[in-house]
Design a binder for this molecule. Sequence first.
Ligand code: SME
Length: 150
Amino acid sequence: MNKADRYALLLKQVRSLVEGESDPVANLANAASAIHEAFGFWWTGFYLVRDNQLVLGPFQGPVACTRIPFGKGVCGTAWARGGTVVVPDVEEFPGHIACSSASRSEIVVPLMRGDEVLGVLDIDSRELATFDDVDAEGLAPIAALLVDLL
Ligand code: SME
């Protein structure tokens, strides 16, 4: 199965996981796990906008930084841009916040309601250049689905 097909399957899985559950923490927790397990990522999780900062939410993987300011790191940049950021090599990204030194590449997808960013989905890989447009396109409908549940 190619990567796009795997994301299509993952979208269906996440949809069925959140169906009938209204609690945002429960849904984000299961979504983080489903995404993480589907691809064997290093770190998969959510940061949610609270008091004008990104605050750590449900995740899978090693412990992580709890707060990220607007415009800082990859997560804060995706928030400021209101768009997905793909980083093939974290060492080449100015201001990258290294929660784990094992992380080599990263994708951050903002959770948008209209123009407002409610949080971000952040995924880290231990390999370089793990993420590309296929990941961005595959994760976009998953993020949109989750926004409706926040
Ligand atoms: N690397 C992120 C910080 C979060 S951790 O990867 C979990 C960043 O630069 O925003």
